[in-house]
Write a protein that binds this ligand. Structure first.
Ligand code: NZQ
Ligand code: ZN
Length: 386
């Protein structure tokens, strides 16, 4: 097992009918800004309940954060925070709202130009010294943003990931029933995103990290068991509760501690979202199976472990077992209603070169757990995924 630091200070409040507890989680004298998306929280009535739970506190709203939140929108929230003396941010929504809330928290207390925060997570770690405290109410189980220090912001048609220990939420309220109103496709997206977060930290190189491996396998098997069920039966509380807790644990640092991490699927996927507006999880479903097929030799040991332990494949021929496991993964994504071929999203084959150019421009030319996934390999993966 590799050396690691593990730090995760986020308090989780999990379960039904717990919105009233907001009153005990936020200081009585706080000036609160509630951030939300394009309106789902208004339609579902969640926003009204949140405002009621905040009682006499000074509360201001900032709505309109779009999927794949844009720097320009969030800059307006930063101005509002400064003008109104806001000292607590409450994000209510999916990953886009949660990430956006984290960005506003950093940017409102940042001394330099806010765009600097976007320029790579390493830079953010070093330059962000503080942030406004924030809490989150997650309405979409997918990204894990509710219990991590990451975010992804769109600026000038590119996606920038940031990370700072200052934006761990102080608390996140996870009520699975708040997600019942999600359209089926967003639930399917959530299953796929949580699945791919797990495998980006598991299907790499073996380092005898047994707890992390068994935990990852537990998350993957659970997602396979409840994935289709929770898409088809949106109000089945137990199935949805399992999705919510899997999504959170897939990216809160636990399964990734002390193990190699890949993230190439995510990096290539971000270009597909930036260029063609394909939902985040759908980009992952496109890239992952092809990446595994092209990189089978490199990932052989962990792919075989994945085949044996996650899909229970006992085929003696190791390469056959691996290809069956990859096929089953693809079929699983498709069974949820998520297409796994680039051509299914209206992308022309001759656009692949533009995607490779974007990878180059954004410095994504040495990806994967071994840093050797260069632009030529990305091109091969994209052609294979077409
Ligand atoms: O905007 P509203 O009206 O709220 O509607 C949203 C949006 O249209 C809707 N929605 C959310 N909760 C709902 C609901 N509709 C009905 N009922 C509810 N309860 O769902 C749509 C999608 O929301 P969005 O937040 O964009 O989706 P998701 O949670 O998948 O987040 C995607 C973003 O997260 C980033 C992605 O890059 C993308 O920008 N990621 C963040 C990560 C992190 N912070 O660790 C890691 C991930 O790999 C990912 O990159
Ligand atoms: Zn993701």
């Amino acid at each position: 097992m590799n050396n690691f630091n593990f730090y995760n200070p986020t308090k989780i409040i999990f379960g039904q009918d717990r919105l009233n507890e907001l009153d005990t989680l936020i200081d009585q004298g706080a000036n609160v800004l509630i951030l939300y998306g394009k309106g789902s929280v208004k339609k579902t009535g969640v926003l009204d309940k949140v405002i009621a739970a905040l009682g006499q506190r000074k509360v201001i709203e900032f709505g309109g954060i779009e999927p794949n939140p844009s720097y320009e929108t969030l800059a307006k929230a930063v101005d509002l925070v400064k003008a109104e003396g806001i000292d607590f941010l409450l994000g209510v929504g999916g990953g886009s709202v949660m990430d956006g809330t984290k960005f506003v928290a950093m940017a409102a207390q940042y001394d330099g130009k806010n765009t600097e925060i976007l320029l790579r997570s390493g830079v953010a770690n070093a330059t962000v010294k503080r942030a406004i405290p924030l809490g989150l109410i997650a309405t979409l189980p997918a990204t894990g943003s509710e219990m991590n220090s990451f975010g992804v912001i769109t600026h000038n048609a590119a996606k920038y990931a940031f990370s700072s220990p200052h934006v761990f939420p102080t608390f996140s309220l996870l009520d699975p029933s708040l997600t019942f109103t999600l359209p089926a496709i967003q639930v399917a997206n959530g299953v796929v995103d949580a699945f791919v977060h797990t495998v980006e930290q598991y299907v790499t190189q073996p380092v005898d990290a047994r707890f992390q491996d068994r935990t990852a396998e537990g998350i993957l098997k659970t997602l396979i068991e409840i994935g289709r069920k929770t898409v088809d039966n949106p109000t089945d509380y137990d199935a949805r509760a399992n999705l919510v807790w899997c999504a959170t644990n897939a990216l809160n640092g636990l399964v990734g501690a002390g193990v190699p991490q890949d993230w190439a699927t995510h990096m290539i996927g971000h270009e597909l979202t930036a260029m063609f507006d394909i939902d985040h999880a759908q980009t992952l479903a496109i890239v992952l199976p092809s990446l595994w097929r092209i990189r089978t030799a490199k990932k052989h040991d962990k792919l075989l472990q994945y085949a044996r332990r996650v899909w229970d494949i006992d085929e003696a021929d190791e390469d056959k077992a691996i290809s069956i496991a990859i096929l089953k993964t693809e079929e699983f994504f498709e069974s949820l209603g998520i297409k796994t071929k680039l051509s299914a999203y209206g992308v022309e084959k001759n656009h692949i070169e533009n995607i490779v150019d974007a990878l180059k421009k954004n410095g994504r030319d040495s990806l994967s757990e071994t840093g050797d996934l260069d632009l030529d390999i990305s091109r091969t993966i994209l052609n294979h995924a077409y």
